[in-house]
Design a binder for this molecule. Structure first.
Ligand SMILES: NC(=O)c1ccc[n+]([C@@H]2O[C@H](COP(=O)([O-])OP(=O)(O)OC[C@H]3O[C@@H](n4cnc5c(N)ncnc54)[C@H](OP(=O)(O)O)[C@@H]3O)[C@@H](O)[C@H]2O)c1
Length: 331
């Protein structure tokens, strides 16, 4: 599989993480204190040059808040099996929707299966408007191993499996997890189109793709979103983001806060975090939200405190100067 886009989380850089953990927990609680639990809906920016809207509409008819939740981290070690504390994982999912999150990203590969099963266990029957975006096309021979299989037959089986585990009749957003070098993308998305035509998928998205692959897929079926690795320190998919902006496709950055590897403490994130009394993770998410109107970050966590910290970023207002200083960090 493509090493540059590997979904496998990197080893944590514990020193940089420790640097920030002290501020991160208190800040989410502080932002949420005394206010309604549901924190979306407020104007989160301070300048016309920064993205203003708090929602995004997939395919012109499916509206979600732009700050979602990534459900990869609620599984076991190596994104394998059940989490060590299953009750806590269920609480995190319920708290996410309680905070107003209405976009949850998952995949059949997370666990495998366990992330989708936990989502259904925690949230079914689903709150009105909750969009579960799942994916298929990566198989899991073992912990930390990710092997593409985007053959049409496999993808059709994968969709059926996700429908069953999620207890859905139709998946709102089904994403091709990767491009299989052995299978032309036209064949892979062709299979998803057949599932869409059969009423089993509402909208189709892609993941780990370049603009040429997106254009090829769009010749076969409408594509509403792209999910690639992107954060303030890793902007290799800038060209994909720009493509999505031009074509009004949702862009879901994975590893939006560095994927557990920490973010460099010697940068303007830290300056802004100190100025606002919040965590660098909130600043990193606020920067993403302001970067583009098509940006839908899906930070992942297994921790209630981190969840609250991250979702509070929807309310964080960076000044234009702070935003520019952060934007200048080399990707
Ligand atoms: N399409 C793909 O190929 C692909 C690949 C990877 C991920 N994804 C999706 O993208 C989502 C996000 O990616 P990700 O979860 O890997 O990376 P991430 O959101 O950038 O970072 C998650 C990591 O940061 C830690 N963390 C989260 N919030 C924190 C906070 N406020 N303070 C301190 N640490 C915090 C988490 O640990 P704790 O659990 O301890 O909080 C976890 O280790 C995934 O959940 C998944 O849905 C997709």
């Amino acid at each position: 599989m493509r090493t540059t886009e590997s979904p496998e989380p990197p080893q944590r850089r514990s020193v940089t993480r420790r640097t920030f953990l002290g501020t991160s927990l208190a800040s989410g609680a502080a932002l949420l204190a005394g206010k309604s639990d549901v924190i979306f809906g407020a104007n989160s920016t301070t300048t016309p040059n920064m993205a203003m809207n708090t929602t995004f509409k997939f395919g012109g008819d499916l509206t979600v808040n732009r700050l979602g939740f990534g459900a990869m981290r609620i599984t076991g070690e190596g994104i394998w099996g059940w989490p060590p504390d299953r009750t806590n994982a269920l609480k995190v999912l319920r708290r996410a929707t309680g905070l107003g999150v209405d976009l949850i990203d998952t995949a059949d590969a997370y666990g495998p299966d366990t992330s989708e099963l936990l989502i259904a266990e925690a949230l079914h029957p689903y709150p009105k408007g909750l969009v579960i975006a799942t994916k298929g096309g990566l198989t899991r021979p073992g912990p930390g191993e990710w092997v593409p299989n985007c053959r049409p037959d496999h993808l059709k089986q994968a969709v059926e499996g996700s429908l069953k585990r999620l207890r859905l009749e139709r998946i709102d957003l089904y994403q091709l997890h990767t491009v299989d070098p052995k299978v032309p993308i036209e064949e892979s998305v062709g299979a998803l189109k057949q599932m869409q035509d059969a009423g089993k998928i509402r909208h189709i998205g892609l993941s780990n793709v370049d603009p040429v692959e997106i254009a090829r897929a769009r010749k076969i079926v409408p594509i509403v979103s792209v999910q690639n690795r992107y954060n303030i320190e890793d902007r290799k998919s800038e060209n994909v983001l720009e493509y999505c902006e031009k074509e009004n496709l949702g862009f879901l950055p994975w590893f939006p806060i560095g994927g557990g590897g920490g973010l460099n403490p010697e940068n303007p994130l830290n300056t802004a975090a100190k100025a606002h009394g919040v965590s660098v993770y909130q600043v990193a998410l606020a920067w993403l939200l302001a970067r583009s109107t098509v940006m839908l970050p899906i930070p992942g966590t297994s921790s209630l405190a981190h969840l609250e910290d991250n979702i509070a970023a929807a309310k964080l207002k960076l000044t234009p100067e702070e935003w520019k200083a952060i934007d200048a960090i080399a990707g």
